[in-house]
Design a protein around this ligand. Structure first.
Ligand code: P6P
Length: 333
């Protein structure tokens, strides 16, 4: 039974009450979440005036993904890393923007947690003012606190995640978080500079009538998937198609209103486009906490284990009925 939370309570109080529920808590996790909140508020402020502050457009560089780095990507990456590396709560940060992991500098304490993030996903939408977001997952390290972290602390099954969330920078800024006891959304009040609980205990219905997929790649899909999508369009099915092209925005809409998001393997992305550690894992953790399901077309996403920080995976995620249906289709020999 999900715990009851008062509407409008602050994220700060939520973190405090969540921490109190764990007698062995050292306060490190609370500090980590407070720093995520701070970094999110700073990125939100900058995103909301990007056009004014000369922050639109690219840096002229490409990142480890071979993607064109937008100025806001770089800014978000540095803000989250600076917020998390000094308080002594994190041992390693794996970021979409960095080829190698960022180990906590020796002048700071190497803390209890490992932080995986896409600091600003959907950045190709920045210049056209579509919603974008930060996605993150938190593991408790395997190696002893105080020592330098190792890759074994982060190349682990998604099922070992301890918490996950995202911050969507859209018409409002909303932080959606799960620490293993349901999914809760907090809306930023910029005039106060605090997140307030606005979406307690988010839960998906069993079934949905919306699908999100880039149909421009349909020719390269598995024919069984093509048939499933086509069947949604038949008269009387009552389905809608919604695709923003920003993972956080498409996922958030589906989480609140129901829907299934599909990013299959394509000719240009034979292993799928989305990254396992800091896109698929966090959203799969959240969707399961909300009663949904996430697979790669055959396997539960959280049962996967990356061999590299930037491994990719196909992603089918959303209401359980549809994800089960598609996975059964694609799993049949
Ligand atoms: P496509 C944005 O670049 C992103 O990584 C996700 O946010 C989004 O879901 C996906 O790519 C969109 O990819 O190939 O449909 O443009």
């Amino acid at each position: 039974m999900a715990q009851h939370y008062d509407e409008g309570m602050t994220l700060h109080r939520f973190i405090f009450e969540t921490t109190q529920a764990h007698p062995d808590a050292t306060g490190q996790f609370a500090t980590l979440l407070q720093q995520v909140s701070l970094a999110g508020r700073m990125v939100s402020s900058r995103v909301n005036r990007a056009g004014l502050g000369g922050m639109l457009g690219g840096t002229g560089e490409t990142n480890v993904q071979g993607e064109y780095v937008q100025k806001l990507d770089e800014y978000a990456n540095s803000i989250f890393k600076n917020a998390l590396e000094h308080p002594g709560v994190v041992a390693l940060i794996a970021s979409e923007e960095d080829e190698e992991p960022a180990y906590t500098p020796e002048r700071f304490r190497s803390g209890r947690y490992v932080f995986c993030m896409d600091p600003l996903d959907g950045s190709s939408n920045i210049d056209v003012n579509a919603s974008i977001g930060t996605i993150f997952a938190v593991y408790r390290r395997r190696t002893p606190e105080g020592s330098r972290a190792e890759l074994a602390d982060v190349l682990r099954p998604g099922s070992e995640i301890g918490a996950a969330g995202y911050i969507i920078y859209g018409s409002g800024t909303i932080l959606v978080l799960s620490t293993g006891n349901g999914v809760h959304g907090f809306t930023l009040d910029p005039s106060v500079g605090e997140f307030f609980l606005s979406h307690p205990n988010i839960q998906l219905q069993d079934s949905a009538k919306t699908y999100s997929v880039n149909e421009g790649y349909a020719a390269s899909w598995d024919p069984r998937l093509r048939a499933w999508v086509e069947s949604r369009k038949e008269a009387g099915m009552g389905w809608s198609a919604r695709y923003i092209g920003s993972l956080v925005a498409d996922f958030h809409r589906n989480l609140l209103k129901g829907g299934v998001f599909l990013y299959p393997a394509t000719d240009s992305s034979p292993k799928g486009k989305l990254r396992m550690l800091y896109e698929a894992f966090p959203l799969a953790y959240i969707v399961e906490q909300a009663g949904g399901m996430a697979t790669d077309g055959k396997n539960r996403i959280l049962d996967l284990c990356p061999t590299g920080l930037h491994d990719r995976t196909p992603l089918y995620i959303g209401n359980r009925a549809q994800v089960e249906e598609i996975t059964a289709l694609l799993s049949d020999r």
